[in-house]
Ligand binder design. Sequence first.
Ligand code: HH2
Length: 269
Amino acid sequence: MGVLNVTPDSFSDGGRYLDPDAALRHARAMVAEGADLVDVGGESTRPGAEPVDAGEELRRVMPVVERLAGDVPVSIDTSKAAVARAATAAGAVFVNDVTALHGDPEMAAVVADSGADLCLMHMLGEPRTMQDDPRYDDVVAEVAAFLEERLAFAVGAGIAEHRIWLDPGIGFGKTLEHNLELLRRLDEIVALGRPVVVGASRKRFLGALTGRGEAERLAGTVAANVMAFERGAHMFRVHDVAAARDALTVASATVDESSSEAHNPLRNP
Ligand code: HH2
């Protein structure tokens, strides 16, 4: 999953793709590099980010989604039902909701009606305050219990279980040690029985470990993704698609056949 933030303030690529032509070029380049999905987002969720209203989010994402969908597989990164409704009507095939259906009471019905796939992600609190001293007794057990409950809720709301993906939410209300524990014990999230998405790309915990700035975290990102892959993750949300693809191609060639491309849930649902 290649990241395309159409925002002025995203932590890594904010401001770069506000022009729809630049966004389209970047999306097509990511697909050429091997992305199976392009995740279009119009609201930053970086720590401390201020929310935007649906009108502004629609103005940012729809010119891009309308021109991309049908041409490349599009995911819409939103927690607003109105944005998901418009994007899936325009052809988006995946809804990436970082609030796991907590953000908008109409979201579940919109996703159910659209037939799109859905990613349910764990977050503690909300982006504005989530990094203010997050605490857990057992971060992995609590994230797993949350995702299990959200999965049951989504299925109860009419979303087909085989369309649902789970994401532990690296960096969303987590300290460095919480992020590492989630990656270390990712198999416990995989054991919930749905394909797992991991978004480690260029994130702050990599900078804390390596001392590197956002633009210099590619090697750290690749390491985190390969370790997550080895523990059973299925999808990797990344800014640098070519490097991720190469690393995961090599990693998958070294493990058993059940992890190979033949079992890619997106390509072979
Ligand atoms: N991380 C970000 C945004 N959306 N979605 C999922 N499923 N998993 C993630 O880990 C995830 C996500 C944050 O990264 P980014 O989009 O690059 O920055 P921003 O939120 O500032 O736009």
